[in-house]
Design a protein around this ligand. Structure first.
Ligand code: NDP
Length: 475
């Protein structure tokens, strides 16, 4: 509904002359066409080391009680050799391969074969068939938005098993965590490689493909914009949301079950991590239609960065706090627990309210109220590949008047809360906030570079009106 309305508005605005006509940027928006040396070096580094980084974190919990320095110390002092660590690492097992195949197949079935019914009875929820944003080639894709339903069905079955059927132990994920890591890697590499081959030989939309001529860059950042199989199986929507994000809350539940099994109780820090990350996950699925308008879907092509990242990086590294708490069951004092909860909720509020303001503004084409007033904005224009001219607006009111990415600031506050729940004994649970700070700062710069190419001088006017990126007065 929202997407349809936006497309209609966009079409109405097509060809409508404005005073900014001469400032319209040419079709340079979307992923980069040329690869600079820094990007190439970063990509080679990530392709080589990202799988090792994930392995190192998980191994250090498995073999070193989540200490990141002890394995290094052992290796540097000759106390242990790489082969000692490797030999102690659980291998791929048939059981894990079976669990993982069933899991992914089940999510595919929920995604492709079970049309959304949640939007029929949940007031305010936007599900069912929705339209995405206009791609650089001028295509508007349709999506079946049924992630919330997939999440609910999966979790109902999980709880039914845990409390009633007992087909498997709720600690199953924790108990097979490293064998499952091999499976996730196999799927991550398989899907990224398939996407690359598909981009060359049978792309879904050839006009939305980008080839830089650099094999590694194309493999990492993707060639196809919206690869699909058939009419509905969209790689980006499926891999971004499921199996990774549906699994996120199950993984945390499995960690909580393991704490219960090992210590006879679940600590308040584990409950906080489950609740705060649970809110974030449910929010993601509740707003899945809105998600069609975020950078991942609107601007990123589908390559290893999204394919492998969604299969391995996200489920393994975004859940480190819960994993850490299995090895270190932190029980926070009441004041600290309340502090963590408040920080998490404030971060979530800022994140959600900022995203909501932009969504409302864009959906209504500025005919709404932000903080009780008509929003202020800057008119801008851009062109798609086929030369069609579009008009858009950049809001300068509400949180969008405070900073150009205050939604990232809220996200970072929430991320910090998950880490603080784990206390200060180890650095490992703080990986998340360090990573999110790098990710979102880089994303901010990347997005602004793209917006600057897309909107040209209109973007310069916008940055003059809203000079800060994340923190008013600071950055
Ligand atoms: P945004 O939702 O901020 O979208 C950026 C886009 O919004 C721009 O490209 C531009 O697109 C448009 N825009 C920018 N400024 C304005 C404005 N003033 N008024 C109207 N439109 C504007 O970014 P993301 O898609 O990156 O993030 C969405 C959310 O997801 C964020 O809250 C982020 O924190 C979260 N996130 C979480 C991640 C995680 O791993 N946990 C990873 C990435 C994101 P256009 O071309 O349409 O003008």
């Amino acid at each position: 509904m929202a997407a349809h309305q936006e497309k209609k508005l966009a079409q109405e605005r097509k060809h409508k002359p404005t005073q900014n006509d001469t400032q319209t940027s040419q079709v340079q928006w979307g992923r980069a066409w040329e690869v600079d040396w820094f990007s190439l070096a970063s990509i080679l580094f990530l392709l080589l080391f990202a799988p090792l980084i994930v392995y190192y974190f998980i191994m250090s919990c498995d073999q070193y009680q989540c200490s990141l320095t002890d394995p290094l110390r052992d290796l540097l002092t000759g106390n242990k050799h790489l082969s000692d660590i490797w030999n102690k690492t659980p291998t791929l097992t048939y059981r894990a391969a079976g669990i993982y195949s069933l899991w992914v197949a089940f999510q595919v079935v929920l995604y492709v074969f079970v049309p959304d019914f949640c939007h029929k009875f949940l007031p305010g929820y936007v599900g069912g068939v929705q339209e995405g944003a206009v791609t650089p080639a001028g295509v508007v894709n349709k999506y079946e938005i049924n992630g919330l339903q997939a999440w609910i069905i999966t979790h109902v079955l999980w709880f039914a098993n845990a409390y009633y059927f007992h087909f498997f132990s709720p600690t199953i994920i924790f108990d097979n965590w490293i064998p499952l890591l091999w499976c996730a890697n196999i799927l991550g590499y398989a899907v990224s490689t398939f996407a690359m081959i598909k981009g060359y030989f049978f792309p879904t939309n050839a006009k939305d493909c980008k080839f830089t001529g650099n094999f590694f860059y194309d493999y990492m950042m993707g060639i196809e914009f919206n690869p699909r199989i058939g009419r509905w199986f969209d790689f980006k929507l499926f891999f971004n949301g499921r199996p990774g994000i549906v699994a996120w809350t199950l993984i945390n539940l499995s960690y909580a079950a393991k704490q219960q099994e090992l210590y006879g109780q679940v600590t308040n820090s584990m409950i906080l991590v489950n609740v705060l990350q649970g809110i974030y996950v449910v929010d993601f699925f509740w707003n899945e239609a809105w998600y069609l308008k975020t950078i991942d879907i609107c601007h990123d092509h589908f390559g290893w960065y999204l394919g492998w990242g969604d299969c391995v990086w996200l489920p393994y590294l975004y859940t480190l706090q819960g994993l850490y708490l299995v090895y270190h069951p932190v029980q926070l004092g009441t004041a600290n627990a309340v502090g963590v909860l408040m920080l998490g909720l404030i971060g979530y509020y800022i994140f959600r309210a900022t995203n909501h303001q932009k969504d409302l503004f864009r959906r209504t084409d500025g005919n709404c109220r932000i903080w009780g007033k008509k929003p202020e904005y800057i008119e801008c224009s851009y062109m798609s590949v086929d030369g069609t001219k579009y008009y858009s607006k950049l809001m300068t009111s509400g949180f969008w008047g405070w900073a150009r990415h205050f939604n990232y600031t809220g996200d970072l506050l929430g991320s910090l809360a998950y880490c603080l729940a784990c206390g200060f004994a180890h650095i490992l649970p703080y990986f998340y906030i360090i990573y999110m700070t790098i990710l979102l700062t880089h994303r901010c710069v990347r997005d602004e570079h793209r917006c600057s190419s897309k909107y040209g001088k209109d973007w310069t006017r916008y940055t003059a009106a809203v000079p800060y990126r994340l923190l008013p007065g600071v950055f």
